[in-house]
Design a protein around this ligand. Structure first.
Ligand code: 5GP
Ligand code: ZN
Length: 138
């Protein structure tokens, strides 16, 4: 279902132009308008999901199947040395467009992409307890 005033609903459905790399029944694959690096690509579901918490697992599976093919084509054609695959959920996580999208960011020596966090410290007991709690819902 299309959400009114959602820019990615309009882009996904072709109502707003975008540089489309590929599309099928479920997704549109476009180049980011403000690329972090050459070939920065977005995979956008045609149906509106605000974020991953809103999305069903079946479409998630199809999304990653497509992402695998897109990643390989970007690598082959752009000769990138690596790639970050990023997906932001929520304002706190840096999401700015609240229609689910997967970023594929090709990486090159000397590029200016910065995706880093500070490594923390883990308590093994806490990790075990957390694993059993979280694992229950999956
Ligand atoms: P987020 O921060 O939500 O994970 O990423 C949103 C991304 O969408 C940004 O990288 C931004 O450059 C891109 N973007 C926003 N508006 C448009 C648009 O109208 N067209 C395209 N192609 N990309 C957009
Ligand atoms: Zn939308």
């Amino acid at each position: 279902m299309q959400k009114e005033d959602c820019i990615f609903c309009k882009i996904a459905k072709g109502e707003i132009p975008s540089t489309t790399v590929y599309e099928n029944e479920d997704f549109r694959v476009i180049f980011d308008i403000a690329p972090a690096s050459k070939g920065h690509t977005l995979i956008i579901p045609k149906q509106h999901y605000a974020d991953i918490f809103d999305m069903d697992a079946q479409i998630g599976g199809r999304l990653f199947s497509l992402a695998t093919a897109v990643a390989k084509s970007l690598k082959k054609e752009l000769n990138c040395e690596g790639m970050n695959i990023v997906q932001n959920n929520g304002l706190i996580a840096g999401q700015t467009v609240f229609h689910f999208h997967l970023h594929l960011i090709p990486r090159y020596t000397g590029d200016t992409v910065n995706i880093k966090w500070n490594p923390g410290e883990a308590n093994q007991e806490e990790l075990k307890e957390l694993a059993s709690i979280v694992g229950k819902n999956i």
